[in-house]
Design a protein around this ligand. Structure first.
Ligand code: ZN
Length: 326
C-alpha cells in the first residue's frame, strides 16, 4: 500500500470566515514578500479545487498510484495568531471536516489534526478530543509557535499529552527564522522552511525532550530540512561543548535516529543520503500535495532511489502502516 504521509487539505468553511491577519493580509499571503504573497494568492485560486474537492483529489491520487493520503491542514491555517477562542473554533472545524472525509472514504484517507497552540491548555483539550475523532491519527504543529521555540517550557505538557495519547507529532515549518533576510526569491520557503525545521529539531534534541518522552513519535517535514546534513556538526558540538550536554546524556545522533522524515527533498541523492543516515524505517513518503513546492510523483521518486526493494516498501507505506496501526 502506497501512503502519502504529507498532503494538505483546506477546509473552505474556515476561509469563508474571512479571518484576516492583524496586518490585513489573507492567510495565504502571510510570511512572504509582497510579490510572493501576491503570486500565492493567484496560485491559491487555481489550487482550491485540488485542496478541497475530494473527487479531484482521488483522481490525482489514482494517477500518482497513491492508495491513501494522510490529510493535514496547511500551516497558514493553524491560526496561532488568533485569539484562543477563535483558534479553538477553527481547529475544531478543520479536525471535524477532515474526520468527515475519513469517514466517507476510510480506504483512502486518514488525518492529522491541528490544535490551538497559542493556548496550550486548549491545545491539550483538543488533543484529547482528537484522539477520539474518527480517522485522526496524529497532530500537526508549526516549527515554532508565534516565534516561541518548541522546547519552551510552555509546550512541554503538549508533548507529554501527545505521548500519553499515543498521537505522533508532525512538525511542519512556518513563520520561519530570519524571514526579514529572505524576502526575495521566495527564500522564506526555499531556505527558511528547512532552516526552521532544523532549528526546531535541534532544540527538541538538545533540550532532552526525547529523553523524557522516548516513545513520542516526531515527524519532520521536507526530509528534516538541513538537519540530516548538519547532524555531524551537532554531534561534534555535543562532544566538545559543555552547553550542548546540559540536558542530554546520549549523543544527538541517538535522538536524531529516533525521528521520522518525509521524502520531500526534490533531490534523489539527498533522499538516498537521508535513508542511509537514519535507515529506511524512519522515512515516509510525502508529496506536500497540491502545492507548487510539492513532489509531483512521490511514488516514482521513491522507486527511482538506488536502495533495496524492501527499503522502498518501508518508505512507500509500510512505516506509516505500522506507526499508525493500520
Ligand atoms: Zn506541507
Amino acid at each position: 500500500m502506497n501512503i502519502d504521509f504529507h498532503s494538505h487539505y483546506v477546509t473552505e468553511e474556515c476561509l469563508k470566515e474571512n479571518i484576516r491577519r492583524p496586518d490585513g493580509r489573507l492567510v495565504v499571503q502571510e510570511f512572504s514578500a509582497k510579490d510572493s504573497g501576491n503570486w500565492n494568492s493567484q496560485l491559491f485560486e487555481g489550487l482550491k479545487e485540488k485542496l478541497s474537492d475530494i473527487p479531484t483529489r482521488l483522481k490525482k491520487m489514482d494517477r500518482q498510484n497513491v492508495d491513501l493520503q494522510v490529510l493535514s491542514p496547511p500551516p497558514y491555517m493553524f491560526y496561532y495568531w488568533t485569539e484562543p477562542k477563535i483558534g479553538v473554533a477553527l481547529s475544531k472545524l478543520q479536525n471535524d471536516k477532515i474526520s468527515e472525509i475519513c469517514r466517507r472514504y476510510p480506504e483512502r484517507f486518514l488525518g492529522f489534526g491541528t490544535v490551538p497552540m497559542q493556548d496550550v491548555h486548549e491545545a491539550n483539550r483538543e488533543l484529547e478530543r482528537l484522539r477520539n475523532i474518527f480517522g485522526l491519527k496524529g497532530v500537526i504543529i508549526s516549527s515554532n509557535i508565534n516565534g516561541l521555540d518548541l522546547d519552551n517550557d510552555l509546550f512541554y505538557s503538549f508533548f507529554e499529552k501527545s505521548n500519553e495519547l499515543g498521537l505522533p507529532v508532525f512538525v511542519h515549518p512556518h513563520d520561519t527564522a530570519a524571514a526579514e533576510r529572505m524576502q526575495a526569491y521566495y527564500m522564506t520557503n526555499l531556505v527558511g522552511n528547512p532552516l526552521d525545521t532544523s532549528i526546531a529539531a535541534s532544540r527538541i534534541i538538545f533540550s532532552g525532550l526525547m529523553e523524557k518522552l522516548p516513545n513520542l513519535k516526531i515527524f519532520l517535514a521536507h526530509g528534516g530540512g538541513l538537519l540530516p546534513y548538519i547532524i555531524g556538526r551537532i554531534q561534534r558540538g555535543f562532544k566538545v561543548r559543555p552547553e550542548c550536554q546540559a540536558y542530554i546524556v546520549k549523543s544527538p545522533l541517538h535522538y536524531f535516529r529516533q525521528l521520522y522524515f518525509d521524502t520531500v527533498t526534490h533531490d534523489r541523492i539527498a533522499l538516498e543520503f537521508l535513508v542511509r543516515s537514519v535507515g529506511s524505517e524512519k522515512v515516509c513518503m510525502g508529496s506536500d500535495y497540491p502545492y507548487d513546492m510539492g513532489e509531483e510523483d512521490p511514488v516514482g521518486f521513491v522507486h527511482s532511489l538506488e536502495i533495496p526493494n524492501g527499503a522502498k516498501d518501508n518508505i512507500l507505506g509500510e512505516n506509516v502502516r505500522q506507526l499508525l496501526n493500520l
